[in-house]
Design a protein around this ligand. Structure first.
Ligand code: G3H
Ligand code: ZN
Length: 284
């Protein structure tokens, strides 16, 4: 097994034209399904817990559970805290063994975003943990982070070198037209913006709001410089419909494992399809 940082798992992505999939989980079954899917494809994988997921599962339980699963998986696994705004929780996740955290201060001013991010980077670096931050604002709702259409803002390429230099981050989430949650209409992605940012910085670039993006949309984003692709809502929907399916087919089912095995299986299949699109199969 290898339990690795975000910096390590994203090394070589842009040069080799692929991205690593980053998938949100909320319990044992979905994270096991995600890792099983990556093992089936011999692909590196990033598993992401939101602040809500960490609170739901428990801080130590989240870290130890993922580490335990990763220990028997012969692929690189990165455990990432997603969209965190609570600095205290971020430090606790670093202390307990997360290998990556995202500090999301994108709703704050540019200078405040830099200051908060830099303070987390200073703490994380000492502990050997990676940090992702966001510049610009990805729209939609990601649990407690809600950005309405008027507040969403594309990343300005000109700000990127200064932000990266002054924060010392390991990966940068950029806004170029994706949004969190299901899309009401087909998103218009600004691929030229990705290319312009990739042109001026070597920092690995992160695409949020992967649910509902077309296969061609993913491929084009990766070709233009995306190294990490986040998918959350699609897995949540898969989780719930797996349980509904078992209930519909066998309303009298009394063994909880029958429900949960189908969650694992269906999440694994979603992840395998994404891995094929992201081009990271065989790179585990
Ligand atoms: O940070 C998580 C992702 O950006 C998930 O976005 O729920 O739209 O797939 P999604
Ligand atoms: Zn996100």
């Amino acid at each position: 097994m290898s339990f690795v940082t975000l910096k390590e798992i994203l090394r070589g992505t842009r040069e080799n034209g692929y991205a690593v999939g980053a998938f949100n989980f909320n319990s044992y079954e979905d994270v096991q399904g995600i890792i099983n899917g990556a093992v089936a494809k011999n692909a590196p994988v990033i598993v992401m817990a939101s602040m809500g997921a960490v609170k739901y599962i428990g801080l130590k339980a989240t870290a130890y559970m993922v580490r335990g699963i990763a220990e028997s998986a012969e692929i690189p696994v990165c455990l990432h805290l997603d969209h965190a705004t609570d600095l205290d929780l971020i430090r606790k996740c670093i202390d307990v063994g997360f290998t990556s955290v995202m500090i999301d201060a994108s709703m704050k001013s540019y200078e405040e975003n830099i200051q908060e991010t830099a303070s987390i980077v200073a703490y994380a670096k000492k502990m050997g943990c990676s940090v992702e931050a966001e510049l610009g604002r990805v729209g939609g709702r990601e649990e407690e982070v809600i950005v309405d259409e008027a507040s969403a803002a594309f990343t300005n390429p000109e700000d990127v070198p200064d932000f990266v230099k002054r924060t010392g981050i390991d990966a940068l989430a950029i806004a170029f037209g994706t949004a969190h949650g299901f899309y009401k209409k087909e998103p218009k992605l600004d691929y030229e913006r990705i290319a312009a940012i990739a042109e001026i910085t070597e920092i690995p670039l992160v695409m949020h709001g992967g649910t509902g993006v077309s296969e061609e949309g993913f491929r084009k984003a990766i070709r233009n410089g995306i190294s990490k692709v986040n998918v959350g809502t699609e897995l949540k929907a898969t989780y719930v419909s797996a349980i509904r399916d078992v209930t519909a087919k066998n309303p009298g089912e009394g063994d909880p494992r029958k429900y949960m095995c189908s969650v694992k299986q269906d999440c694994s299949e979603v992840v395998q399809r994404k891995i094929d699109i992201f081009g990271c199969a065989g790179r585990g």
